[in-house]
Structure formats: structure tokens, C-alpha cells
Design a protein around this ligand. Sequence first.
Ligand SMILES: CCc1ccc([C@H](C)CC(=O)N[C@@H]2O[C@H](CO)[C@@H](O)[C@H](O)[C@H]2O)cc1
Length: 805
Amino acid sequence: MELTTEQFIHDFELTLNEQQQTILSTATPSELFVALAHTIRQYYTPLWIERNKKLQENKDKIAYYFSVEFLPGRMLETNLLNLGILDVVKEGFAQLGIDFTQVKQAEHDMALGNGGLGRLAAAFMDSLATTGYAGFGNGLRYKYGLFKQRIVNGYQVELPDAWFGSIGNVWETRKDHDIVDVRFFGNVYMTDAGNGKLKPVYSDAQVLRAVPYDVPQLGYGNGVVNNLRLWDVEIPEEYELSYPTIEDRRRVEDITAVLYPDDSSDEGKKLRLMQEYFMTSAGLQTIVKSYLKLGLPLERIYEKVSVHINDTHPAVAPAEFMRILIDEYGLEWDDAWNATQKVMSYTNHTILSEALEKWHTGLFAHVLPRVYQIIVEIDNRYAAQMSAQGVDYETIENTRIVRNNQVHMAHLAIIGGHSVNGVAQIHTELLKEDTLRDFYKVSPEKFNNKTNGIVQRRWTQIAAPGLSKTIDKWIGQGWRSDIHELRKLNEYVDNSQAQADFWEVKQLAKQRLADYIEQTTGVHVTTDAIFDVQVKRLHAYKRQLLNVMHIIKLYWDIKDNPEGEFTPRVFIFGAKAAPGYHFAKSIIKIINELANLINNDEQIGDKLKVVFLENYRVSLAELIIPAANVSEQISLASKEASGTSNMKFMMTGAVTMATLDGANIEIKDEVGDDNIVIFGMTKDDVYNHYATRDYYSRGIYDNDPVIHRVVNTFVDGTIPNCQREGSEIFDALITYNDEYFLLQDFTSYVEAQEHLTQLYADRARWMHMSMTNIANSDKFTSDDTIRQYAQEIWNLSLPSHGKHR
Ligand SMILES: CCc1ccc([C@H](C)CC(=O)N[C@@H]2O[C@H](CO)[C@@H](O)[C@H](O)[C@H]2O)cc1
């Protein structure tokens, strides 16, 4: 949008005065933030209204992305950048003597997600608007997002994330006109509906009010505004007699109170099922309502609506959609089922069996009696259809939805939809070969791959403005709107001046991080050191412990030979552990106690530093990632579905230390073997060990003195104040046979790290690698990923109105 600095200053001061009754000289950073947010709301609201009007008029098809998690982090700078006024606002603030950075930091992260899945959903919202597609999000308006992590005496402590705080969500708008009711519990029996049909009658159901709050999703430089709808719960006045006490009311408000902080194991909690059904039912009801305004037959709703199921969490969708079409609108089963399968599609984000939700039939039928009836009907008809097609009994049994008193949500999502995708090539192959092989056998046509992506605008222009200007200097600004122009940088990867520029801008980013580290942890780190970073959720399969074992090896190397040649390294960790994940929390304790040991050891000095940065989140990732030299992507091959931080590190010039897992493989394909450091077992090596059950970690421990010493360091008192955690880790590695093959991959990892140290010592070689990673990272833009979803899964065409990228 066209906006002059003068006009902006006028609008901003007016908003500050009128809406906040505050004047510049006394306003706090958060008052300035709210005023700025309200000022730009005035700029995009007309675009938003225009957008919805046009989509309705032109009957454009809309895709709805259902996710229990959305992790946008801060939205201010993205909204300013996408409106094309970031520089104007920065200039305006400079003229007003306002510190823009202070104001941006007044915004609380919108942390309504755990990790990769939630962040990907937020990225897709940005890319849908930027590519111009009509793609809307549907989720939950949690009062408390992912817990705030504090490290107390080395231990993770979880604190509520009161993100609404004093200013609430400045970006949201309550939409009363789309309120709907959602029913839980009670009993359902079928009665004669008169027209030879049966209809369900509910008795003593609990009826709750679903209230939508819409958050705008602005496209980059195209005036497109899509919608992220977050549902909140209220008690309908007409039912308040059923909730006489505050306790009763609070129990209801619990439904949207807090995000479940687990990112890999299904707790199976009733409230979680209610959360999943609440957002799914409310979303589908309003989708059908707005579709019917188009005056088209419900049987053909799939021509105008796609609903995407983000992992198993909203997988009740196909059954709920059937309930709405049949019970609420009287469609025939077959017409409803035909529409359902054409509307629904599903993405799997993990092969970990404990993460694939399976609800006990008793609990499910208790909470959702009618939906359960429909699931049983879907399941029976599926089994009948499969056996009619001659599918063998065992395959049918393995793919049924209801088995062993459990409702397998992934099975419902696959049977109830037309598409199943993995999030990286190796992951999709594993779904076909192993995790979902019986489904691949009966409906191979449903399976496809959609390799994840990232919003390059956030991780370059916003998180790394210095790097972005350096790229401008060498290849112009075209890459800012067409990321594929980044490839032009390949021409300069051996240009000494270019290398000097990119080295310098990385050093500046490292200094910015070093200042934050000193300020928050008191640890002083030198930017002469290699910044080696591992930031992601704490999980055994991501093998933060392998990183720790390497650090212990380096510790002994220095202690054995304090005068020896050593390239200084700073190991930086950021990771939250699910509160109930005890082993993960023990690893956090070990990392912090190892850090204390090393960081206070005179003899080691600056050679080695270990830092655990608390409360890792999106806004902290924006500070850490551009400052990294090494990106640790060391999961056991086959376990990390894709990873997305790997792509962010690549795009900001880090060199990846990687196993052949997830999207690491596709990063290698883009940069070539010489510009990445690969180690460890392949997926096939891992599966061979599973098949032969021949892995014996104690054997390696007994026969390899280096590994023996490193493993013993966990229990021999070298690392103080963590005896219990140390023996837990020793047991996991030796007694319980090292589930994630750390000892098997250790030597290969150490050799790879030594190789990396040599590469770093050769500045020209290193900068060739660093710049090659930046230049070829365009492959991983989520704009392209979302185009593939739109064209190959949702069959979306670009709306006839509005500009498109
Ligand atoms: C039921 C508890 C629960 C909650 C979240 C999840 C998510 C699927 C976990 C997750 O975030 N998976 C990550 O998804 C990313 C986006 O596709 C991938 O890049 C990561 O590899 C994958 O671990 C599983 C189980």
C-alpha cells in the first residue's frame, strides 16, 4: 500500500491519542505497540472486508486448514512487511524518536503451538495469503499458550503463558454473527423422521457456545487478507441454569483454557478430545452455513470447499461432517460420504506410534455419542466395501477405524478423505513402506509427498535484516519478492569480497546473540568461536544427548591436553520438554550442569562454552538462527519426519551437521555432498537393526574406550549435582540398550565434527559452503509447498480478483 511517513505519523499519533488517550512522551512500549497495531488495523481492514465480499460474490473455492496448533510468534513486523510499510513505520518512529525494537519486543509471542506442526501451520497461513489462494485457518483461542520455561537450578520449570496479559490479542476480532452451538455427552436414540428416514434425538446433552475470533493473515505485497479463525467457548444464556456455580462455569471454560504441551505422545485426556471436537464441529458448521449462502446443492460442496486435517488432532472431521450433512441437512448417506471424501485430506507429521492418537471407545462414545455411532457405521461400511473388493481379512482388520476398543484417528482421516501426505520424501516413503503400508496397499492413489517449507520473509528480511541487505548488494532486491532469484548468489560463492561481506554480517549476528547470552545467562562467549546450535523440542529421537556426548569428549580432549590446538566452540541449546516427559527433563538438567562445569573451568577458558537458553520460542529463534555457524540436525534416521529449523539455518548461512533423515536429505540434494556434513546410519541401517534385533550397546561401551569414558562421565561424578539424572541416562544408553542408537552413531559423529572443524579453519571453503546453502535454500519456501497443496490436494484455483505471486 502507498503510505507516506507523514501520513503514517499522523494516523499513529491520532490513534495513540484517541484510542489510548496517551501522548508520545509518556507512552510505554506496550502502549506504543497497541497504538501501532490499531493504526495498521485501519489500513488492512478495508482489504479484509473487500476480500470476503469478493470471495462470496465470485463463489471462489476455499481451503480450510484445521489445526489444534498455530505458532505465529510475533505478528507485528510480518504484518508491516506484508503491507509494504515496514520501512515507512521505522522511518516514522525514527522521526518521532521511538525505538522500534523496543516496541516490537512489547508484543508477546502468539505461542498456540508446541513446535514444528504448529509453526508449519502458521507458515502456511502466510504463504496462502502471499500466493493469493483463498486458504483459511481453523483452530482454538487458547487463553494460555505453550508454557513459559524457566531454568531453576538447572531444572525446567513450567509457568503459565498468560499471553493475553494486559492487552489481549490486538490482532483478533470477535465475530458474533458466526456463533454456533456444539453438543457433548448425553444420549442419542434414533426415531422415525416420518419420511421413511430415522433421525437422532439427543437427551441431556451439554450444549456449549462456540464464539469465533478472526485474526487476519496478510499476503506479502498483494493486498490479500485471509482469515485465521480461533474458536472460544461460552455458556449460552438459555443454558446457564445447568452451570450454577463458578466451578461449573470454569470447567466449561477449561475447554479453550490451555494448549496441551505434548508434542509426541498422546495423553488421551477427555478435555483434549473435547478441544479437538469443539474446533472441528464449530469450523465445519460455519463452513456449511457460508457455503449454503452460495445457493448451491450441498451434495456438491466439495466443488467449493476443501478441509485439511493437520495430523490426527482434527481427524474427527469426516465423521462430524457426515453428522452435519445427514442429521442437520438430511442428505443420503452415500451423497454425504461422497462429498466428505472429496472435501477431506490429511497430513501425517510423525511415525512415532505413541503420537498417533487412539481414543478408548468408551470415552469416545461417552463424550461424542452420535459421532461415535457414525464412526462405527463408516467403519462397517468400509470393511464391507473392502471385502467386496477382495481385500484380505488381515489388511481390513489392520486398517479398520475401531479396533481393540480404540478409535484410530489416523485411520478415520485416511478412510474419510482423498489424500494422505507426508512432509518430506523419506517420511512419505516410510509411511508407504511401513507406518501406513496396509492403507498404501488398498488405496495407493491417496498417498503423496509435500516437503515442508518456511516463510523466507520472516527468517531473512525480519530476523536477518543485515544479511538481507548483503544479499541485495550482490544480487539486487528481486529475491525479496521472488525467492528463486537467490540462486544468482551461486555466482559469488568464491568471490572474496562477497565472502568477506557474508562473513562480516554473520559475525554481527553472532555478536548480537553473544550480547543476549551474556545478558540472560551471564556467560561471556567470543564470536571467534564456532557457534554450534541445536534448537528444537527436547526429545530422545532428536538426540540432544548425542550432542552432549560429543561435548563431553571435547571436554576430556582439552583436560587431557590443555595446551593442545583447539578451535573454540560455543554449543547453544534451546529446548522445551513436555512437562510429563521425565527423561527429557533429565537431559535438560544434565546440559545445564555440564555447562556450569565447563563454563567455570579456567583450564578450558574460551575453548569451550555451553549455553542453554531458556524459554525457546519463535521470537528467540529469530535471534539465534541467523547467528549460527553449525546447524545440528542429528536425529536418528527415520525419526524426524522433516524438520523445518534445518531449512531456516540453511537460508541464513549455517552449515548443516546432519543424519540422512527428514528434509536433511533434500537439503543435501540442493547443496551437494561438499556443502553439508553427513554422518551416521541410514534409515535402512536402522531398520536392519530392527529386523535382526542385533544391536547391543553394552558391547560398544565395553570395547570402545572413548565411548566408555564418555558414558561413564554421566555417573562418575565428573558432572556435579546430577547423579540421579546421570544414572538415568546411563541406564537408557546401556541397561535399556540405547533405543536411539547413540553409541552406534557416536564415532561417525565425532569424525564428522572433526571434519567440520577443519572446514571452518579454511575460511574460503567455509564461506563457499555457507553461501551455497543460502543460494540454494529457495527450494524450501513454504510458498511453493502451499502451491503444491493447492494444486495437487485441494484443487484450488487462484481467486479471479486480487493480485497473485
Ligand atoms: C498427541 C500429541 C502430539 C502433538 C503434536 C504432534 C506433532 C505431530 C509433532 C510435530 O510437531 N511433528 C513435527 O512436525 C513438523 C512439521 O511437519 C516436522 O517438520 C517435524 O519433523 C515433526 O517432528 C504429535 C503428537
